[in-house]
Design a binder for this molecule. Structure first.
Ligand code: ADQ
Length: 489
């Protein structure tokens, strides 16, 4: 019980994200089992000792009955989580519809949905209405739990409407908003029918953060061009009120990966993998199965490499681990069959009775197995068509201090800005270039690999997730103090 007594100097941080960092499974009318999912955000915030974090978000399950809701709320409270209950229709329209079918592709330069344009245009209004309604429901829960002095940190494209709702409740609330995806060029954002409302709402926050300077710049341009506001080096100004806009590149909990490599179970996995792929160079892809990750493009580049380099055919293997996501969206189902078809073709063309060039898994791997795979890899292939940051590239680097493998990295991932000097940067749309980079990586001298790895390893171990979270929250505190000073002058 003592845990709830808060030392006076620890500030409360309310982290609001679409999904809570737990998966909830119903065991009975009033019983739930919960599992914390150790995503990057969770470990980042666990590391921030000077704040006491509480999570607010959707638990990912529909709980229509009051008994179930009460029981889940109670179970979640022990994990410092507070649920927002969304019904099935809202989830369909807000989450599958507006978030995943409109904002996600648009922010990754895939444009607004092209197929059945009229139907999309018709459903657009109702999806946007559901989006606003869902954001308002998040705001209600935040408001109910808010205490004076708390910092409220809103996450991602699901909650662009939240800063405005929160400030309407309480203009004194310290509100920050961080986007995990790219923010596209203002010319792309302009095509969004709700462009103005969303920008205005985000601007209600005190601090707006992006992974890279480019995304921040695109956001400021959108505000100047679409809203006619003034962009300043600090952010965006509207009638004397400044919204601070800046880049806060995320990182990983690198020590968690480095330490895992010492664990016996991981070392056993490493030994097994080394035996299994003895005599072959291991190439690795780890992605959510999403169109932005450029998985078909990666496979085509690998096929071209095998075509042009018969001497390598039985000496390399590509392990592609692809976790299925958003499986009820038709676009994602199409992508799955497309990937399976390409893998089948390549294995048919270049496989032998005893070995195939690609091992493709449609599933997620547990943490220890993932670390072992990263450690035995010679070449990691990250070919995202667009990616806010891409943490897989960071995780690979963290696990490579023994091997010093090569990272082939898309120039369209935010990570290209931080790991660019150590990686081989490629345009994932250019199959010829990616195929050539595989050859370059396989033939790279040990000295050069070492030099490139040092650069990236230093970056990944210094710019960690904890540092990211600390920097964002302290910048948010400073921004609010500066604004108070400015208005009191
Ligand atoms: P994601 O698009 O999910 O995140 P990424 O940053 O690569 O992309 O993070 C994926 C995470 O899932 C990694 O921690 C990885 O280990 C894990 N993962 C992926 N495939 C897996 C598999 N098959 N098995 C087990 N684990 C797997 C979004 C943005 C990114 C941004 C992050 C953080 O799209 O650009 O970097 O948020 O801001």
């Amino acid at each position: 019980e003592r845990q709830d007594v808060r030392p006076y100097n620890r500030q409360r941080l309310l982290v609001v994200a679409n999904r809570l960092p737990v998966s909830a499974v119903r065991r009975g009318e009033d019983s739930w089992s919960l599992e914390i999912s150790a995503g990057g955000l969770v470990t980042a915030l666990l590391g921030v000792k000077e704040f006491e974090a509480k999570w607010i978000g959707w638990a990912g399950v529909n709980v229509p009955d009051e008994v179930g809701q009460k029981a889940l709320t109670k179970a979640l409270a022990e994990k410092r989580c507070i649920p927002v209950f969304l019904d099935e229709d809202i989830v369909h329209q807000y989450y599958n519809g507006y978030c995943n079918n409109i904002l996600w592709p648009l922010f990754h330069y895939l444009g607004l949905p092209q197929e059945d344009r009229l139907a999309t245009t018709r459903s657009f209004q109702s999806q946007f209405a559901a989006y606003k309604k869902a954001n308002q429901m998040f705001a209600d829960v935040v408001n109910e739990h808010y205490e004076e002095g708390d910092v409220v940190w809103c996450h991602d494209y699901h909650l662009m409407f939240l800063p405005k709702c929160l400030k309407e409740y309480n203009s004194e609330m310290k509100v920050g908003w961080f986007l995990h995806t790219p923010f596209p060029s203002s010319e792309i954002h302009r095509t969004l029918p709700s462009r103005t409302e969303l920008l205005r709402s985000v601007l209600a926050a005190d601090l707006v953060g992006f992974h890279t300077y480019d995304y921040a710049r695109h956001f400021v341009s959108a505000c100047t061009r679409i809203l006619g506001l003034e962009g300043t080096p600090e952010g965006v100004e509207d009638q004397g009120r400044l919204t601070r806009v800046a880049a806060f590149p995320i990182g990983i909990d690198s020590l968690r990966f480095i330490r895992a490599l010492e664990v016996r179970e991981v070392q056993e996995h490493i030994k097994d993998l080394k035996e299994r792929f003895a005599g072959r160079k291991v190439m690795l892809g780890v992605d959510r199965l999403d169109m932005i990750k450029g998985i078909p493009q990666k496979l085509l580049a690998f096929e071209k490499f095998l075509e042009e380099n018969p001497q390598w055919r039985d000496k390399v293997v590509l392990l592609q681990i692809a976790v299925p996501t958003r499986t009820d969206v038709p676009e994602y189902q199409k992508l799955t069959s497309q990937v399976h078809e390409i893998v089948g073709r390549i294995n048919g063309r270049f496989g032998t009775l005893t070995a195939v060039p690609i091992h493709h898994l449609d599933r997620s791997l547990d943490f220890y197995k993932l670390c072992a795979l990263y450690a035995v890899t010679d070449i990691a292939l990250v070919t995202s068509l667009r990616d806010g940051m891409n943490l897989v590239s960071y995780e690979f680097v963290a696990c490579q201090d023994a091997k010093k493998g090569v990272l082939i990295l898309s120039e369209f991932a935010g990570a290209a800005q931080s790991l660019g000097a150590g990686a081989i940067l490629v345009n994932p749309w250019n199959i010829t270039e990616v195929a050539a980079s595989i050859g370059q990586a396989l033939n790279m001298s040990a000295d050069e690999r070492e030099k490139r790895h040092r650069h990236n390893f230093l970056h990944v171990t210094t710019h960690t997730a904890q540092e990211w979270a600390e920097t964002f929250v302290s910048e948010l505190n400073d921004t609010v103090v500066e604004a108070q000073l400015r208005t009191s002058k």
